[in-house]
Design a protein around this ligand. Structure first.
Ligand code: OAD
Length: 239
C-alpha cells in the first residue's frame, strides 16, 4: 500500500536532481548526466575558479539559461499542496535550481546553495536574483569576483543550513526522498536521522540506490507520478 501524505503531520521531502528531471533540468549522473559531459574539475571547484573564473562563469551562465527555461511539474504542485494543507511540511533539497520555490514552496532548505545567488570571493557579500545570465561578474562593494553561491566539489556545506536540515529531518514522521542517487555525502546520510527518529521512509526513484535498504517503501517511477500517487485527500490546483 502506498503511504498517503495526508496521514502524516511532520513531513520532509528530501530531494535531488531527479526531482527536477521532468522539468527538463539534467541530472548529474546516469544517462545525459551533467558530469558525463562536463569535467567538474574544470567547472565546479574552487581551484578551477581561482584559475579561470570566466570559464567557470561561462558554464554557470549556461546552466542559468538552461534552468531559466524550465518549469515545475505536477510533483512540485503536490509538495506545495502538502505544505499548505498539512501541519508541518518542509523541503530539504540538494538542488540548486530553485524549482521548488518557483512552484510556490516556501520552507526550502538548500543544502548545496543556489544557482541564483552569488557570493563575493573576496569579502563574502551575497546577492540573490533571477538575473540570467549574470552580466556583472564583480562585487559592487570591493571589486572581487562574484562566484556562484553553490557548494562545489571540495567545499564545506554551510553549518547553519546543515543544522536546520538535521533538526527538520530528526523530527519528521514521514521522510520522502525523491530523485537522489544518494552517493554524495554528507547529504546522503541525512535520511538516517529520520529512521533513527522512528519516521516512515519512502524512496521515490525509478532505480534502486545504495541507501534503498533504509527505506520502508520504494516507489519505482518518475517523481510526478509517484508524488501524485501519495496525494489522496489533498486539494491540487488544476493541471
Ligand atoms: P544524481 O544525478 O546523482 O541522481 C539523480 C537520481 O534521480 C538518480 O538516482 C536517478 O535514478 C533519479 N531520477 C532520474 N529521473 C527521475 C525522475 N523522473 N523521477 C525521480 N527520480 C529520477 O543527483 P543527486 O543525487 O541530486 O552536488 O546528486 C547529488 C549531488 O551531486 C548534487 O547536489 C550535486 C552533484 O554533484 C553539487 O553540485 C555539490
Amino acid at each position: 500500500m502506498i503511504p498517503q501524505l495526508a496521514q502524516f503531520e511532520r513531513v520532509v521531502f528530501f530531494t535531488g536532481a531527479g526531482m527536477s528531471a521532468e522539468s527538463g533540468v539534467p541530472t548529474y549522473r546516469g544517462q545525459g548526466g551533467l558530469w558525463k559531459h562536463y569535467d567538474y574539475e574544470r567547472y565546479a571547484c574552487q581551484t578551477a575558479f581561482d584559475r579561470d573564473p570566466e570559464g567557470v562563469w561561462d558554464f554557470h551562465n549556461y546552466r542559468r539559461e538552461l534552468v531559466g527555461a524550465c518549469r515545475p511539474h505536477r510533483g512540485h504542485d503536490v509538495i506545495v499542496a502538502a505544505e499548505q494543507q498539512l501541519s508541518r511540511v518542509t523541503v530539504v533539497t540538494q538542488n540548486i535550481d530553485g524549482m521548488h520555490q518557483l512552484a510556490g514552496s516556501t520552507g526550502v532548505t538548500e543544502l548545496h546553495g543556489s544557482l541564483w545567488r552569488v557570493r563575493c570571493d573576496r569579502c563574502g557579500e551575497t546577492q540573490s536574483g533571477y538575473d540570467s545570465p549574470l552580466a556583472d561578474l564583480h562585487c559592487g562593494g570591493c571589486g572581487g569576483w562574484w562566484r556562484p553561491d553553490i557548494v562545489w566539489f571540495g567545499d564545506m556545506l554551510n553549518e547553519a543550513v546543515v543544522q536546520s536540515a538535521v533538526s527538520q529531518i530528526s523530527q519528521c514522521d514521514l521522510l520522502v526522498a525523491v530523485g537522489t542517487s544518494a552517493v554524495v555525502y554528507p547529504a546522503a546520510q541525512l535520511p538516517q536521522l529520520a529512521a533513527k527518529g522512528g519516521a516512515v521512509l519512502v524512496e521515490i526513484n525509478p532505480e534502486p540506490t545504495p541507501m534503498s535498504a533504509l527505506y520502508h517503501h520504494h516507489l519505482r517511477g518518475p517523481a510526478s507520478e509517484m508524488l501524485l500517487a501519495m496525494a489522496e485527500g489533498l486539494a491540487l490546483p488544476p493541471a
